[in-house]
Design a protein around this ligand. Structure first.
Ligand SMILES: NC(=O)c1ccc[n+]([C@@H]2O[C@H](COP(=O)([O-])OP(=O)(O)OC[C@H]3O[C@@H](n4cnc5c(N)ncnc54)[C@H](OP(=O)(O)O)[C@@H]3O)[C@@H](O)[C@H]2O)c1
Length: 272
């Protein structure tokens, strides 16, 4: 989802881009990555094991991609003398705060996915490569499964009552906007972890209501506590990220989640 939008944004800015995905490349295999990466300035690693609930029952698979895979990419970057921009997640935090998480706050993941992504961050930092790690969150984009698509699907099936959790707060981030922000970081000094997500925050319930309003759907959104949904993985209750370090480095303020939603819906109309 993010990788596709990032390639489009990078090409629009005049970069020469090579996009690699499974099965052509497997980041679990160092030699495979080595063979596929041509001489270049940057590797941007958007590859990850992203199924948060499945990771609880398949931790070895999650760690093999998100931790060992990240290390393999970092070691190739180091030996090819290429800088690495790696994408990580708000799920490295436990969500117990009520103020946005700056890069200085100590991570404490509460699920396997978060733990595997944090292990990946540590591996990259220890690898000796030139890296920037960007933590982001709650992505929605035109090229992948996401919350907006799930709500639109329920609406199109004629569902009139949509039950959505109201006790998880984040900043839903449109991947095309994130791609613009990431490209601005290519000029930033390396060896740092940065936070980048949409401006503003909301619960999934608020977000669902905004979707219903934007598409003028005849549906009611009903707030429910996350304890009402049986899911394998726990989610942080509050994982809003503080973007100020990125803003200071790039002079770029991310658009709001509402702007992201409107842009996304325009794109959905064009592609549907
Ligand atoms: N989605 C979110 O809400 C969110 C939030 C915070 C951070 N992030 C992070 O943002 C990044 C991009 O996420 P996304 O939502 O765009 O994810 P995505 O759509 O699931 O894309 C991840 C890609 O990685 C590929 N992949 C999985 N294992 C691989 C391997 N061993 N070798 C090579 N490629 C492999 C997947 O291929 P298959 O489809 O074939 O498995 C998929 O194309 C990830 O690092 C993710 O952890 C995402």
């Amino acid at each position: 989802m993010l990788g596709t939008d990032l390639m489009t944004a990078a090409r629009e800015k005049g970069h020469a881009v090579l996009g690699l995905d499974q099965p052509a490349i497997d980041i679990g295999d160092y030699n495979n990555i080595w063979r596929h990466i041509p001489p270049c300035d940057w590797i941007i690693n958007c590859a990850a094991y992203t199924n948060v609930d499945r990771a609880e029952t398949h931790p070895a698979e999650a760690f093999s991609v998100n931790s060992e895979g990240a290390l393999n990419v970092a070691l190739v970057a180091l030996r090819k003398k290429v800088r690495l921009l790696h994408i990580s997640t708000d799920y490295v935090f436990d969500g117990h705060r009520r103020r946005p998480y700056s890069e200085k706050i100590h991570p404490n993941p509460i699920n396997v996915y978060g733990a595997s992504k944090l292990a990946g961050e540590k591996n990259i930092r220890g690898s000796g490569c030139s890296y920037i790690i960007v933590r982001t969150q709650s992505l929605f984009g035109l090229h992948g499964h996401n919350f907006v698509k799930a709500i639109l699907n329920q609406i199109s099936k004629g569902e009139r009552e949509l039950k959505v959790v109201m006790d998880q707060i984040s900043s839903p981030t449109y991947t095309a906007h994130l791609a613009q922000g990431l490209l601005k970081l290519l000029e930033a000094p390396d060896r740092q972890i940065l936070h980048l997500s949409a401006t503003g925050s909301c619960s999934w319930y608020d977000f669902a209501r905004a979707i219903v309003e934007e598409v003028h759907a005849n549906a009611q959104v009903i707030p429910i506590p996350s304890s009402d949904i049986r899911r394998h993985a726990k989610r942080p209750a509050f994982s809003v990220l503080d973007n100020r370090t990125c803003e200071a480095l790039t002079g770029y303020t991310m658009p709001t989640w509402e702007q992201g939603l409107r842009e996304y819906l325009k794109g959905e109309k064009l592609t549907s």
